[in-house]
Design a protein around this ligand. Sequence first.
Ligand code: HEC
Length: 483
Amino acid sequence: MNDWRMLCWQSLAAFLLWSGLLGGFLYYDANLAHKHVEELARKEARANFNKDQAFRLWATRHGGVYVPIDAQTPPNPALAHIAERDIQTPSGKKLTLMNPAYMLRQMMDEFGELYGIRGKITSFKLMNPNNAPDAWEAEAMHQFDLGVKEVFEFTDIDGEPYLRLMSAMPVQQGCLKCHGFQGYKVGEVRGGVGVSVPMRAYLDELNESIRQKCLAFGAIWLVGLCGILGLTRLGRRRLREKTEFAAQQRRQHLAVERANAELTHFANISAHHLMEPSRRLLSFAQRLRRRLEPRVQDEDTRLSLEYIEQGAVRLRDLIRDIERYLAAGMPRAAVQPSDPGLALAEVEQRLAARILDSGAQIETTALDAVCLDRPRLIDLFEVLLDNALIHVNTGVTPIVRISGARLPSAVRMRLEDNGPGIPEEYRERVFGVFERLAPNPLAGTGIGLAIARRIVESRNGRIWLEPSALGGTAVVFELPDGG
Ligand code: HEC
């Protein structure tokens, strides 16, 4: 069933669209959160690095700083080459020179908790072997040799995630006091300083926030899913109703058709059974009149005999036309192009006596073949010609002209007379059964045009009346080509 498949596709498309939309949003949002966290970590790294750097530069500007010697602050052996490494105050207090690296190391060792992120200073040319670079730092310093100033990277240290920052440390004038003996010049890269921000807490928080987003988006997704399911069920119910309605209509249609067929059958049988007695009635009425007429003197009886015969004729004609009307809707032979000339000849033969009586002239032009079974084509012409012969102007020779024209996919025929004509307002009405304009009982059965219309319309053709150039009525009908 096409409608059902359509509904399935629609629901599937809605589901995919909805899931895709929410999935996309979630992905975008999580990505944004991740970027945000990285940005925060970068800021933290930068802040800590700057603080370290400020301390180092401050100490360098003073050429190192002198502090009292104590157990945790012994003189730095790496400064042994500096002339006044250890000095004494006038009161005898012993002071030693602290270089920037030493100073920061002590600060981090003793106040680590307060200090926060631990910084690192390193070089390939070490004065203190404890400052040796690890693999990552060594790689970063190689990049400094290539001109890179700073390396920022999210990487692992001992299996834990970190953001590492390492910046080149160029030699300034103040550095040379202690590092000059190593052969450095101002501007050369002495080594690198860096910080490593642990990312664990950041990532935990990020994961938690993504988990919450997942829950929220999942809930929204579920609501949408329920909506889609609800709509699908509604659509299904509508479809079922539609199918049921169609089935019911089909049943009703069949019932009407059956009733119609029964009624037609009944009408056919009735007409058929009535035909025989009516014929017999007519023939005996005629016989009776012929026998009695010469002997009957009484005018009243003579008239009665005449009326009986007229009534019998009318009864037979009525039943004949009813039979024709009933038969008009169905072909009685192969529907194929038939020659109207032949059919007309047959009709003229049937109506020969009437034509002769009225002195009517029948003019026919060359006619195109029309697509209709022969028996009905004959019926059609017979009722039309009969009509034309009935409705004549007294004292005028009746003329009936039959012409045809080829249309793109149909044949149009015109049967016109010079009779009294039919006023415009009645031209449609006369196609109804028993619709007669003249109350004259001899003026036909009143079924003729209805038979004609039924024949033409059963072939999807059209039939109508027009005024004729001859002064009377023109019956025009079109019969489409093809079976
Ligand atoms: C007061 C003396 C002094 C000054 C000034 C000084 N340093 Fe140092 N620096 C040292 C000593 C001593 C060490 C090694 C011992 C240690 O780690 O404390 C060191 C270590 C370093 C290291 C680590 C590598 C290693 O050799 O252990 C780098 C890099 C460094 N200094 C660069 C600089 C730069 C750049 C400047 C100038 C901005 C500077 N230092 C100023 C004395 C100094």
